[in-house]
Design a protein around this ligand. Structure first.
Ligand SMILES: Cc1cc2nc3c(=O)[nH]c(=O)nc-3n(C[C@H](O)[C@H](O)[C@H](O)COP(=O)(O)O)c2cc1C
Length: 464
């Protein structure tokens, strides 16, 4: 590789996107009471034509990425009360570089979108304001910054006892609890609600409740995710969801539209719509979960309708040149898989082409290790060939594999998760072919604002 350009560090032109970080004049509606919210939605529809005109990308401008190394979306559970704080500013600015693309961690579009501890939101004005310094810090370093917007759907809980203040979501070991705690839980379940809450009911026990107004989490179905026994013997439990009525679906689509508008208000260059990993949009898309008999269930066209309506509404709001989509047709997380993932992925990609989606970020099927070495399945080429925009792959890539797939035209960009998490200067290390910091799984989701988060060391350049 000596002397030759490193494929991962070559430039790439992405779409025809306006990169002025223009501040929108639209107000943030997310936190208003429902009646006012509806009124504002009406006004906003009237203004839609105005915004469409104002936000037309400049046809001649493009996003010129300086490298093909993307910061993958990484949930870190450190946004206390759903707000990104100063340590989040530091984390992203550590990883930002001129012309480098960063995607944020999954960011909730509404109160009902939450299901995990301390994940950020972008549905209130306070959250939009909290994101602004993060975005500014990334832009100051010349980075391009997209916000991944999500709704967890049925991957959420309300009124469930847990013995952990951190980590993933509801670990329930029924034998550990006293009957009085279970009664308290039922009582709490009936009367007391808060949107992102771990309420202590003893020194060690908490009730997790991520849903507002005493409601069950929402989904396309009322089937609960099968409780899963973890390696440590605890059981991961999500609450039974409530099946959305057809007439409620436009409101959820509108939450995505508003969240996208809020992202632009916060200064982001665009949004990535999370249609992957068993969360709400994928719950609609995949036939292991979707058991509806209305126009949102049954055929592939019907199952993809919700995803495509979300994408269309987001594009109408902020322009196709600012909208990326993440898909994981092969994944089976959270009981969510499809009997024909190839057809599902291709159906979505052809529809996304028609809508002019800027990029498609796709995840390899589960990566396995053989003799301690990661084996990448390379299953995404037919998707890459079918997609008209920028194509991003993720899942198990290192420097060598990344260079290989870029130089062979298998993808335009490679998203790095765990390696970027542990190496704030990943691009520099790739440039110098320097060793990488090892990642520490035990701190992926712990709440400490520093440890395992912003304390991964930079390369000591004097020793290289
Ligand atoms: C700690 C952690 C958090 C993650 N959070 C998200 C997320 O918020 N949204 C998402 O789409 N994927 C998420 N992923 C998946 C990554 O974006 C990526 O696809 C995956 O880690 C595979 O890439 P890697 O092998 O380079 O780590 C997460 C992965 C990890 C390890």
């Amino acid at each position: 590789m000596e002397g030759k350009p490193i494929p991962l560090l070559t430039p790439h032109t992405m779409g025809r996107f306006h990169l002025s970080h223009r501040v929108s004049t639209c107000k943030v509606f997310g936190e208003l009471p429902q009646s006012l919210h509806n009124l504002c939605l009406g006004i906003s529809s009237c203004l839609e034509v105005y915004f469409c005109i104002c936000n037309q990308p400049d046809e001649t401008s493009v996003v010129l990425l300086d490298a093909r190394v993307v910061h993958a979306p990484l949930t870190r559970s450190r946004c206390y009360n759903n707000l990104p704080g100063e340590h989040i500013v530091l984390y992203y600015s550590q990883r930002a570089s001129k012309g480098g693309l960063l995607i944020t961690e999954s960011t909730g579009v509404s109160e009902t979108a939450q299901g995990y501890p301390s994940t950020p939101g972008i549905w209130t004005k306070e959250q939009v304001e909290a994101w602004k310094p993060v975005v500014e810090a990334v832009h100051r370093k010349g980075g391009i910054f997209f916000c991944q917007i999500w709704h967890v759907g049925r991957a959420s809980t309300y009124g469930i006892i847990t013995d952990s203040q951190s980590c993933h979501p509801s670990r329930l070991d029924i034998h550990k609890y006293l009957p009085c705690q279970l009664i308290l839980c039922i009582f709490y379940n009936s009367f007391n609600r808060s949107p992102e809450a771990l309420t202590a009911i003893s020194d060690k026990h908490y009730i997790t409740d991520y849903q507002p107004s005493g409601q069950a989490p929402i989904s396309c179905t009322d089937k609960q995710i099968t409780p899963e026994v973890q390696e440590d013997g605890t059981v991961e439990v999500f609450s039974a969801p409530r099946r959305l009525r057809e007439d409620e679906i436009p409101c959820i689509i509108d939450d995505f539209r508003l969240a996208a508008r809020n992202c632009i208000e916060a200064g982001f260059d665009g949004v990535e719509i999370h249609c992957a990993f068993g969360y709400l949009i994928e719950q609609f898309m995949k036939d292991s979960v979707n058991d509806r008999t209305d126009k949102y269930g049954g055929s592939m066209e019907n199952r993809c309708r919700f995803a495509l309506e979300v994408i269309q509404a987001t594009i109408n709001e902020i322009g196709a040149e600012r909208v990326g989509v993440r898909l994981s047709p092969y994944s089976n997380y959270l009981d969510c898989w499809d009997s024909d993932p190839d057809a599902l992925g291709l159906y979505m990609i052809h529809a996304m082409n028609r809508l002019g989606v800027l990029y498609c970020s796709t995840v390899e099927p589960e990566v396995i290790k053989v003799d301690g070495k990661v084996q990448i399945p390379y299953k995404l080429l037919h998707f890459r060939k079918a997609f008209a925009g920028t194509f991003i792959v993720a899942g198990g890539y290192n420097r060598e594999e990344g260079n290989k797939v870029v130089s062979e035209g298998y993808t335009d960009l490679v998203a790095y998760g765990k390696w970027f998490l542990a190496n704030p200067d990943l691009l520099k290390r790739f440039e110098l072919n320097a060793p990488l910091n090892k990642y520490d799984r035990s701190t992926f989701y712990t709440p400490d604002p520093v440890v395992g988060y912003t304390d991964y060391p930079f390369l000591d350049l004097s020793s290289v």
